[in-house]
Design a protein around this ligand. Structure first.
Ligand code: HEM
Length: 144
């Protein structure tokens, strides 16, 4: 009875519960890691660390989609601080999210809700881009 209710009303249930979200997260992460621009974030990481991150991402998505799982990972600011994730990285991240949702043939409602869920963490994850360089400006800093 409870399971039936979860299936109908929560994003978690509509995505196919833990199993469906695991498939989404695994395919999505695999795409991110092999992307030409984003691959740098996962370069030289051990397979055990990546496996751990995958499980944490699954729990995070389940918990935020209304599932019964607890997320025991770090918060989004601590996790991503110092990685230098830019607006451009963020845009590519979404292209892969969209491609993964397409491949899994998710419904429009589910896609919109995943996008909203991910978007709500944007300010915690991307860092300020460096200021634009003014060409021709006089360099006033002394070089040592
Ligand atoms: C361009 C965007 C992003 C990049 C490049 C990125 C990259 C990474 C990397 C490299 C890690 C591993 C960190 C480590 O083990 O020290 C990580 C962990 C994680 N990320 Fe992201 N991430 C992005 C966006 C997001 C978003 C939008 C979410 C959630 C909606 C998210 C959720 C997580 C979670 C749950 C973990 C595991 C936390 C933990 O280790 O305790 N990430 N991310």
């Amino acid at each position: 009875m409870i399971q039936e209710k979860l299936n109908k009303t929560t994003l978690y249930g509509r995505l196919g519960s833990y199993e469906g979200i695991s498939i989404f997260a695994t395919k999505f992460l695999a795409r991110l890691q092999t992307d030409r621009q984003l691959g740098r974030f996962w370069a030289n990481r051990g397979s055990d660390g990546i496996a751990r991150e995958t499980l944490l991402l699954i729990d995070f998505l389940c918990a935020n989609a209304g599932g019964p799982q607890a997320y025991n990972g770090r918060d989004m600011v601590s996790t991503h601080r110092g990685m230098g994730i830019t607006e451009s990285d963020w845009a590519i991240f979404f292209e892969h999210a969209a491609a993964t949702m397409d491949a899994l043939e998710l419904g429009q409602r589910e896609c919109d809700e995943i996008v909203a869920l991910i978007s709500s963490h944007k300010d915690d994850i991307i860092e300020l881009s460096p200021p634009p360089i003014k060409r021709g400006a006089t360099i006033e800093r002394e070089l040592t």
